[in-house]
Design a protein around this ligand. Structure first.
Ligand code: GLU
Length: 199
């Protein structure tokens, strides 16, 4: 169960791979990060058969109320957002996804050159929201498609193109065993467990 490390503002991210009921651990982790401040929250969880992306504006409690019994997984990432680009809303809450919904990304921090990236690499893309984060997940997806890169290679290349502060956690929905992480200026902690790992 690797968590791959490459290279935040306040708010928080949580992720877990390799344990049942990832959703519960993520909600509890987000609760512990609540003191950092946020305007919305969201999570992604997946198991062998299903995957769910759930977001809500306002308190973590609002998110918790949406997590019904069928929403569970053995891998997942969660986020509390403090909006820097794009208003606080459910649409702009994280996780953000690629257009085909294959890639799922949470981000703490600010991408300074997201407009340049959008113009240079993503001129034809449609975006659901207004966040700098959505540009990054689209960029990773574009690099995978246009340059036939693996998820890890595309993530690393995207990191070499962006400027700013970040803690990222990325899931490729085609791989239920890996959370890719990277940090620059923002803190990110990795916990290695027996049969599971957490961030
Ligand atoms: N810049 C990102 C956004 O506005 C992330 C903000 C945060 O760190 O929560 O969505």
């Amino acid at each position: 169960m690797p968590i791959e490390s490459g290279n935040c503002i306040m708010c928080g991210i949580v992720g877990i791979v390799g344990k049942k009921h990832a959703e519960k651990i993520i909600l509890s982790g987000l609760g512990r990060l609540e003191y950092r401040g946020y305007d919305s929250a969201g999570l992604f969880v997946s198991n062998d058969d299903t995957q769910h992306l759930v977001k809500s504006q306002g308190r973590i409690k609002n998110l918790e109320e949406k997590i019904t019994k069928d929403i569970n997984g053995t891998i997942g990432i969660g986020h509390t957002r403090w909006a820097t680009h794009g208003k606080p809303s459910e649409r702009n809450a994280h996780p953000q996804t690629s257009s085909d919904h294959r890639l799922v990304l949470v981000h703490n921090g600010v991408i300074e050159n997201f407009e340049e990236i959008q113009k240079e690499y993503l001129a034809d893309d449609h975006f659901d929201g207004e966040t700098d984060t959505e540009i990054v997940v689209h960029l990773i997806s574009a690099l995978m498609a246009k340059e036939s890169l693996s998820t890890k290679a595309a993530f690393k290349k995207a990191l070499s193109l962006i400027r700013g502060s970040y803690a990222f956690a990325l899931v490729d929905t085609q791989d239920k065993e890996t959370i890719y992480v990277a940090k620059n200026k923002s803190p990110l902690l990795i916990g290695l467990g027996e049969g599971f790992n957490v961030i």
